[in-house]
Design a protein around this ligand. Structure first.
Ligand code: F6P
Length: 343
């Protein structure tokens, strides 16, 4: 198949940030410039920059020294240009289309999570050449086995769990660590298993307080002086407090034990990406540039069984990859005595 030679591409990062965004920008940009002689621009603050034509030219030298940096050098936002809140919002898709053509773009690379991919698909439906790159600490983008940002978040959360063991032991306490994940419990599952958590609670598996209490009691009965609970922020709990606070209060009201909570919050999204995230973001970025050169548009780059591939954006939008009840790590955890709060 013959394609018009691609000359100028735009990159944006949208949605919540995560470690590895700069590595991905660098991967796309350097490959596009060095290998294919393309020009690259970076839109400021996600889809906001695309609507308002705010961008910077990215030369090869601008992409040096950013591999290890956390955050995103071009900024991000949660702007959703197809969401109609006020009348002015109606104009956004048309503005984007106009800006894309005015700037002489041949392709737009959208780096983001589920919401970003949904918008990317809608942009490709109105005629733009779009390629998506999946990122998020939550690891919940449908169509890929892994998103970058996840490994770094698991590293940070695991270190926190590791550190809590000794202080929990000294005081004989129940320590509750809350990690991110509104819908998906990937971080809790991985950090919980990597850090030797005794109870792991995730949104996908319905827990009962009775089961949590019985596990803690059982541990004391077996002379285990403390208990570590790793919980995803999205488990069912009253909205006026964190999931961890709710668990701590509930446990203390039912057992004669001290319970303490630690909410990791945005520490999981900040700072330098792990080596594995740098590699994954670099692979995705470089592969996205290859897809552009081949004219493989309307797709998201993905990793399936450790092989790079693409999936159509229309299959990705609006879906979410959640932890399966029968996920191998859940089953292994259960066999080792880890409680998921449902037994
Ligand atoms: O999508 C990633 C994520 O980190 C979620 O796990 C978290 O709940 C959410 O973003 C918080 O995002 P913000 O406060 O930036 O909107």
């Amino acid at each position: 198949m013959s394609h018009k030679k691609v000359k100028r591409i735009g990159i944006l990062t949208a949605g919540g940030d995560c470690p590895g965004l700069n590595a991905a920008i660098r991967g796309v940009g350097k490959t596009a410039i060095v290998e294919y002689g393309m020009e690259v621009i970076g839109f400021s603050s996600g889809y906001t920059g695309l609507i308002h034509k705010q961008y910077v030219e990215l030369k090869e030298k601008d992409l040096s020294g950013i591999l290890t940096l956390g955050g995103t050098i071009i900024g991000t936002s949660r702007e959703k240009p197809f969401k109609i809140v006020t009348e002015d919002d109606n104009d956004k898709p048309e503005l984007i289309k106009q800006n894309y053509h005015d700037l002489g773009l041949d392709c737009l690379v959208c780096i983001g999570g589920n919401g970003t991919m949904k918008t990317a698909h809608l942009l490709s439906k109105i005629g733009l050449n779009v390629i998506g790159i999946p990122k998020t600490i939550d690891n919940d983008v449908w169509g890929t086995d892994l998103t970058f940002g996840f490994d770094s978040a698991v590293l940070i959360a695991t270190e926190a769990v590791d550190r809590l063991h000794s202080t929990a032991n000294s005081h004989g306490r129940v320590m509750i660590v809350e990690v991110m994940g509104h819908n998906a419990g990937w971080i809790a599952l991985y950090a919980g298993m990597a850090g030797g958590g005794d109870i792991i609670l995730i949104p996908e598996i319905k827990y009962s307080m009775k089961s949590v209490i019985s596990k803690i009691k059982q541990r004391y009965k077996h002379n285990k002086p403390y208990t570590i609970v790793v919980v995803a922020e999205g488990i069912e709990h009253p909205k006026n407090m964190s999931a961890a606070r709710y668990l701590a209060e509930s446990i203390q009201s039912k057992l004669d034990v001290e319970a303490r909570e630690t909410v990791l919050g945005y520490t999981q999204r900040g700072g330098s990406p792990s080596p594995m995230d740098r590699i994954l973001a670099t692979r995705y970025g470089a592969y996205a540039a290859e897809c552009i050169a081949e004219g493989n548009f309307g797709t998201m780059v993905a990793l399936i069984k450790n092989e790079l591939t693409t999936v159509p954006l229309e299959e990705v939008g609006g879906k979410m990859r959640l932890v399966d009840h029968n996920h191998g790590l859940v089953l292994k955890g259960r066999k080792m005595g880890v409680s998921f709060g449902d037994d």
